[in-house]
Write a protein of this length. Sequence first.
Length: 179
Amino acid sequence: MRRTHFAALLFVLPLATACGGGGDEFTRSCNGRAVPNCLPFEFSVIESASVEPEEVMVDDPTATVELRIQMMRCPDLDRNHEVTVQIRTMDEESPSIFDLLTVRDDGQDGDTMAGDGLIEKTLENPFFGPQIPADTEVFLRVQARAPADCSGPMCIGGTCRSELFEAPYRIGRRFIPPS
C-alpha cells in the first residue's frame, strides 16, 4: 500500500510543478509559467500609486497633476504594460467607479524608460466632467494589463491583468470660472 501512495506522489508532484505549483503568481509567471489568464512573463503587481497635489479642483483647466505608479514586472516580457486609473467613491452602500485615464510604461509621453515598472508623468487635470465627485475622499483604483502580442499572424494574450490596487485620494472642490 505504501508503494502505491509513494508512486502516486511521484506522479502528482511533477504535474503540480508543471502546472505552476510552487510560489506566488508573480514568481511563477517570471519563471516562464502560465498563471490564470496570463501567458508566461505577463503577470505584474502594482506596488504603489499616487497623484500629487491632493485636492486638485474638479474641472480646473489650468491644473496639472504628477502621476506615479510603481509595479513589479517580469524582466523577460517583451511588451510594456498599460495601466488604467479609475476613481471609486467611498460610499459603502453604492460605490461609483469613474474611468480617468490609461497610461503606458513605454518610455513615451513623459514616461522616462520603457519597461522599467515605473510610470511618472505630468498630466493635464484628469478630474474633469460633471460625473466626477467634488470635495470628497475617493480611492484611486489602478490595474495593469499586458497588451496582446500581435507581432505574428494572430494576436495572443491581452487578458492578463494585475490585481486591483487602491490608494486613498482627496479630490478638491469644483472649479468655478471667474466671471
